[in-house]
Design a protein. Structure first.
Length: 433
C-alpha cells in the first residue's frame, strides 16, 4: 500500500475518534467520517508502519444511519458526528465503552447503556470564539481541525441559542480596530444570565460596545475584558477588568444556585449535568447518616448536590479562589452540612486518614488522576468511590491502579454529555475489596 493509491473498501468497524476502520492487504486503514458497513472509494493519504489513513473519494453504499449533515461548517472539526443519526451515536458509544473497559480493565465490570440526551442540539453553555483580522476582513468562528486557521460561521448547532444570538450580534458590531486587539471572545450562558469576556491586549475601545451589548441582551449581566499578551495558545490571562455588570453569573444545578466566575469550571451541558450527578448519587447509594468527601471540589457543585442526601460533605480544593467561590455558593443556598477546605489533597489525606469516610467523589481533569492523587484517596480509605471522568482512556488506566490498591470497579455508567461529538462522560463506582 502506498500514498495516493485508491481502493474500493467496506468499513468493518468504527473507532472512538470518529473514523471508520477498513483493512487492505491485512493492514488497518482509518478513514474519517466512514460508518460501519459502508462501501466507498478511498484514497490513501498517509502510510505508517502498522496502519494508514485514507479519505473518502466516493461513497458508493451509504449506511442507513448516515443523515444529511446538520451543520454546513464541517471543516471546523468540532462535531465529528453531524452526519450520523443520533440514536446510532448512542449505540456506537455504548458498544465502544463496553469493548474498552472489558478489554482494558475487567470483563466483569457492568457497563451500562449510554444515557442519551433529550436535547442533543443547542446544548452547550460555553463557547470560545477565536478572532483574527486577515486581508482587511474580520474572522470569527472556530479553528479548522489541526490548524490555527479560523472557519468563519454564523451559527453553531451545539452552542445554546443565547450564545449564538450574542455571537451573531458581535459579528455585525465589532469594528476592525476592535478585532485587532482581540484573541478570543468567551461567552457563557446560564438559564437566566449570560456573560461575555473579550480576551486580548487593549480594552480602551470596548466600553461603548459593552454598553450596547448589555442594552441589547437583557440576560447579559457580566461583561469583562481579560488581558492576554502571551505568545502561546493559553486562552485566558491573569488580569481582567469589569466593563459592565459583575465578574460572575448565577447558574443552577440540582436545585442549587451556583455563582460562576468566568474562570470557574462548570459542565458545558447543563441538562445532562443534572442527569450525570443524579446518576452518580444513585450509584453511590447514599444514606442520611454517611460522611462524604468531594476531592478537588472546585466551586462546590458536586458537594452541594450531594449534601441533601448525607449527614456531612467536605470539599477539598487547593485553589483559594475556588474555595471562596464554593463557600459563597454554600451560603447562597443556606446549606449547613457542607464544609470547604483550602488544602493540599495529600496533606488532607494524611490528617484525616483515620476518619470514617463512607463515600468519596472525584471528578478530575481530562488527564485523570495522578499517582499521588490515587494514593491520597487510598489513604483516606473510603468504603466507596464515585469517579466521574470525561476521558475513557485515563479512566481505564486509573481503574487498574485502584484495583491494585484494593478498590474494585463494579459499574460504569456512560452519559452522552457531548452530543454529536466523539466525547463521552463516564461514572465509575468503585468498592473497597
Amino acid at each position: 500500500m502506498k500514498k495516493n493509491e485508491e481502493y474500493i473498501v467496506t468499513c468493518i468497524d468504527e473507532n472512538r475518534m470518529g473514523s471508520g476502520i477498513v483493512k487492505i492487504e491485512n493492514q488497518v486503514v482509518f478513514v474519517p467520517d466512514l460508518l460501519k458497513d459502508e462501501v466507498c472509494k478511498i484514497k490513501i493519504v498517509k502510510v505508517k508502519k502498522n496502519y494508514a489513513f485514507g479519505i473518502i473519494l466516493d461513497l458508493i453504499q451509504p449506511s442507513n444511519y448516515r443523515i444529511k449533515p446538520l451543520c454546513p461548517y464541517k471543516t471546523c472539526g468540532g462535531c465529528q458526528y453531524m452526519n450520523v443519526d443520533y440514536a446510532y451515536q448512542i449505540e456506537m458509544k455504548s458498544r465502544q465503552m463496553k469493548e474498552l473497559f472489558h478489554r482494558n480493565v475487567k470483563e466483569e465490570i457492568q457497563v451500562l447503556h449510554t444515557i442519551e440526551s433529550i436535547n442533543p442540539l443547542y446544548y452547550r453553555n460555553k463557547a470560545q470564539f477565536p478572532v483574527q483580522v486577515k486581508d482587511g476582513q474580520i474572522l470569527m468562528g472556530f479553528y479548522r481541525k489541526h490548524s490555527n486557521d479560523i472557519v468563519s460561521c454564523n451559527e453553531c448547532k451545539i452552542q445554546s441559542k443565547e450564545i449564538n444570538n450574542i455571537y451573531q450580534w458581535l459579528q455585525s458590531h465589532i469594528s476592525i480596530q476592535q478585532a485587532k486587539e482581540l484573541r478570543h471572545i468567551f461567552i457563557r450562558a446560564s438559564k437566566n444570565e449570560s456573560q461575555v469576556v473579550f480576551i486580548g491586549r487593549d480594552d480602551s475601545k470596548f466600553q461603548k460596545l459593552s454598553n450596547q451589548l448589555m442594552d441589547t441582551f437583557p440576560k447579559v449581566t457580566s461583561i469583562l475584558f481579560n488581558f492576554n499578551n502571551r505568545k502561546d495558545n493559553v486562552i485566558l490571562g491573569e488580569e481582567y477588568k469589569i466593563l459592565s455588570g459583575r465578574d460572575f453569573i448565577i447558574e443552577e444545578c440540582m436545585g442549587n444556585k451556583i455563582q460562576l466566575h468566568f474562570k470557574s469550571f462548570f459542565q458545558v451541558n447543563p441538562i445532562q449535568m443534572e442527569i450525570l450527578y443524579q446518576k452518580a448519587i444513585e450509584l453511590a447509594n447514599l444514606k442520611k447518616d454517611e460522611r462524604c468527601i468531594d476531592l478537588y471540589s472546585g466551586t462546590g457543585t458536586i458537594a452541594l448536590a450531594i449534601s441533601k442526601y448525607v449527614k456531612h460533605v467536605t470539599g477539598v480544593e487547593i485553589v483559594k479562589e475556588a474555595v471562596d467561590n464554593a463557600n459563597k455558593n454554600k451560603e447562597l443556598n443556606h446549606i449547613t452540612n457542607c464544609d470547604f477546605i483550602c488544602q493540599d489533597a495529600t496533606e488532607f489525606a494524611h490528617e484525616h486518614k483515620n476518619d470514617n469516610i463512607d463515600v468519596l467523589f472525584v471528578d478530575p481533569p481530562r488527564k485523570g488522576m495522578t499517582k499521588q492523587g490515587i494514593e491520597d484517596i487510598v489513604t483516606l480509605k473510603p468504603n466507596r468511590i464515585v469517579y466521574i471522568s470525561c476521558n475513557p482512556d485515563s479512566l481505564c488506566r486509573d481503574l487498574n491502579v485502584f484495583d491494585q490498591n484494593g478498590y474494585e470497579c463494579q459499574i460504569i455508567q456512560p452519559v452522552d454529555m457531548f452530543c454529536y461529538t466523539t466525547g463521552i462522560e463516564n461514572i465509575a463506582l468503585l468498592v473497597k475489596k
